[in-house]
Design a protein around this ligand. Structure first.
Ligand code: SF4
Ligand code: SF4
Length: 271
C-alpha cells in the first residue's frame, strides 16, 4: 500500500509528537506503507547489475555540456529560477542563486575534485568544465539518513528520489558531500517555462536530484544527457564485461569525485 505526501507529513508530525524518530517511527505508526516507488518497467526496459556513467572529458566541450544540461532539465521539468514563466515574479539575483534547482551542472576541476589539486596539474584540467550530477553512490549517505525512504537505492544501483514521500527535512542534503540535491524553497511550477507532460512537476518543500533517468531506462531509452552528448557520455552496466562503460574504463584512465569519503561514486571521468 502507498500513502501520499499529505499523509506522510501527518505521520511525520505524529511521530514527532510521540517522541519517535526515523524509519522505525513510520513503521510503528503506518506499518508496511513505506515502500517508495519508481517508474514501472515496460517490456523493452533495460536492466543492469550495476548502472554507471562515464564522462569522456576530451570529447566534452562546453557547448555539448550545455546541451546535456538543457536536455536533462527540460525532460524533468527542472525550474529555471532566473527565467520565470509569463506572470511569475522575477526574483532578485541573490535569491535566484539561493533558490536554484539543478540536476546536472558544470564545475571547474578545483570545485569538482577538491583535494586532488597540486601545483603540477596538467594545464588542460584548469580549463575543463566538468559535468557533475548525483553519483549514484554504492554507499550513499543520503539514503542512510532519510527518515521516510523517500530516497532509496535500487538493487541495480540507481539512487532514487520519490518526491511524494519527501517531507522536506533536508537530512539527505546535509549528508550528500557532492551538493547533488536541491530543495524547493519556492513553488517551482511558475519557473517551468515548457512543461513536459510526461514527467511530474514538483511542489514547494521537496528535495530533488538526478535519478539516472529511471523513467527513460524503464522504456529502453538512454538517459537524456547521454542522448544529447554526441558520444561524450556513456551509460551502461558495469556488471556486463561487454558493456560500453566497462570497455571505456578498461581502456582509459579515469577518476571519480571525492573517493576518500568512501561513498563509492559511480560516475567516472576520463581525463
Ligand atoms: S551523490 Fe549525493 S545524492 Fe547522489 S547518491 Fe551520492 S550521496 Fe546521495
Ligand atoms: S541521467 Fe538523466 S536525470 Fe541524471 S543528469 Fe542525466 S539526464 Fe539528468
Amino acid at each position: 500500500m502507498s500513502i501520499n505526501r499529505r499523509e506522510f507529513l501527518r505521520l511525520a508530525g505524529l511521530s514527532t509528537l510521540l517522541g519517535l524518530g526515523g524509519k522505525a517511527a513510520f513503521e510503528l505508526i503506518a506499518p508496511g506503507q513505506l515502500e517508495a516507488q519508481s517508474f514501472a518497467p515496460e517490456p523493452n526496459a533495460w536492466h543492469a547489475k550495476r548502472w554507471a556513467m562515464v564522462i569522456n572529458m576530451p570529447k566534452l566541450d562546453e557547448k555539448t555540456a550545455e546541451k546535456c544540461i538543457q536536455a536533462c532539465h527540460l525532460t524533468h521539468n527542472v525550474p529555471d529560477i532566473s527565467h520565470p514563466a509569463p506572470g511569475a515574479a522575477l526574483l532578485p539575483p541573490e535569491d535566484q542563486n539561493r533558490f536554484r534547482i539543478k540536476w546536472i551542472w558544470k564545475e571547474d576541476f578545483h570545485n569538482a575534485f577538491p583535494g586532488d589539486e597540486h601545483d603540477n596539474l596538467q594545464e588542460k584540467l584548469h580549463h575543463m568544465k566538468f559535468l557533475v550530477l548525483c553519483n549514484h553512490c554504492d554507499n550513499p549517505p543520503c539514503v542512510r539518513v532519510c527518515p521516510t525512504k523517500a530516497t532509496f537505492r535500487r538493487p541495480d544501483g540507481m539512487v532514487m528520489m520519490d518526491m511524494h514521500r519527501c517531507i522536506g527535512c533536508r537530512y539527505c542534503m546535509a549528508a550528500c558531500p557532492f551538493g547533488a540535491r536541491s530543495f524547493n524553497w519556492k513553488n517551482p511550477r511558475p519557473y517551468v517555462n515548457e512543461v513536459n507532460q510526461n514527467y511530474p512537476t514538483r511542489e514547494i518543500g521537496v528535495v530533488e536530484k538526478c535519478t539516472f533517468c529511471d523513467e527513460r531506462v524503464a522504456k529502453g531509452q538512454m538517459p537524456a544527457c547521454v542522448e544529447a552528448s554526441g558520444g561524450a557520455l556513456a551509460f551502461g552496466d558495469l556488471g556486463d564485461p561487454k558493456s560500453k562503460v566497462k570497455e571505456l574504463l578498461r581502456a582509459n584512465f579515469s577518476i571519480r569525485r571525492k573517493v576518500h569519503l568512501g561513498t563509492l561514486p559511480q560516475v567516472y571521468y576520463i581525463v
